[in-house]
Design a protein around this ligand. Sequence first.
Ligand code: NAP
Length: 482
Amino acid sequence: MSSSTSAAPGTQERPLRIAVIGSGPAGVYAADMITKSSEVSDGLVVSIDLFDRYPAPYGLIRYGVAPDHPRIKGIVNALYKVLDRGDIRFFGNVDYGTDLSLEDLQKHYDAVIFATGAINDADLNIPGIELDGSYGGADFVSWYDGHPDVAREWPLTAKEIAVIGNGNVALDVARVLSKHADDLLVTEIPENVYAGLKASPVTDVHIFGRRGPAQVKFTPMELRELSHSKDVDIVLYEEDFDFDEASDVAVKSNNQVKTMVNTLTNWLVEQDDDAADPATGASRRLHLHFLHNPVEITGEDGKVTGIKFERTELDGTGNARGTGEFIDYPVQAVYRSVGYFGSALPDVEFDHKRGVVTNDGGRVLGADGTHVPGIYATGWIKRGPVGLIGHTKGDALETITHLLSDRADLPLADEAAPESIVELLDSRGVEFTSWEGWLELDAHEKALGAAASESGPVQRERIKVVPREEMVSVSRGASVTS
Ligand code: NAP
């Protein structure tokens, strides 16, 4: 149905209609900032719909943050408060590109903000990467976070595992792989994840960085957290502790680097000689290696049996160069955690080199390099997968400032009545979920946790529901309002 009125957009009669695609922190921050902008305080009336391809909101927080990171999960409380106010509508289980096209969005909204993030692993192009037993760290994260679209079973059969990369995702992956499953039971991990981790025979997880201890991309708190896992010894190697001129400058000028180098050096110095000895130390070990550049994953019968590295040395600038010395480690699984990479979006220009939507300060550009009117981007799909969750706020501010300053030039939607998008989704048989539906699912997951607490050994606040159909049916049990 058409809802065009003669009223100017931004009034009670005809609000400025904005669609945000992606309900992770980037999307929610952008939506919230619009509602709190000075333009809105000055009388601009906006109406915002937030879409997500998953039936539940929160994006990266639900499907990217490790379950044993409740502090970051606390960000959920802030996002909850924004979405529970009732002035931003949530439509879950709606896939941009399948359920709604760009043309549909342009017909129903005056502006569209893409906040779809980055969920896939960056490539690591070395021989053997295709072997059975070679995985993307981000895929493993999706599995242990109960992502509805990944297989329920994860092959955890390796005793020795290599994790490539020195970023926070590598730490998450290595920590979850090495931790005893019972120590994760207090978290919201789904049943299938607990069962998989419980059966894991792992004894040694090796994290490999290609540069030195002063060039890690971890953050101090996440590094220190490694030492909190019970019955897991941390093992370091003296020959990996090399510092060049650039390292010294980094240690002196950057408190985070200084803290991490101190932490690592203290661990090395205080390391119990018995730590690496399975007979006397913990039953599992987490090895931190530096100055190892991966060159090949080796295998037999199509399966990973080892990994070969070239030892590197620092070149004075903080970068590493090969030494010509090679070293092999027997491992049965390799996880690459060498960064995330954004996925292209249908009908939107994409920078395949950087894995971002082509944009200028959040204004999405067309093939000719000019702004596509009314189309914006924010978060990791705008600037690439770097930075902590809080950094996304600055991004959102830039994008919404541009959007609001472009207001007079936005191509106005023909079907701007809020109910018309609901009618379109219904007419296509899209089983979208609502905020009320999420509150139902949220309560259901908490009830599962309470039931498990009564019969099990630990208090469980929540147990995540994994299958999409189940998420949708629990959510759609609630009334879906327009
Ligand atoms: P990241 O921080 O960019 O780290 C990627 C790591 O992979 C770097 O150590 C990099 O080494 C290495 N690498 C890249 N290409 C490689 C290659 N060909 N061979 C060997 N190593 C290679 O990426 P991330 O860990 O995916 O994290 C993404 C963002 O999410 C970061 O901002 C991170 O802090 C954030 N995050 C935060 C948390 C948390 O706060 N708890 C948790 C997860 C993620 P070089 O430095 O030598 O390039």
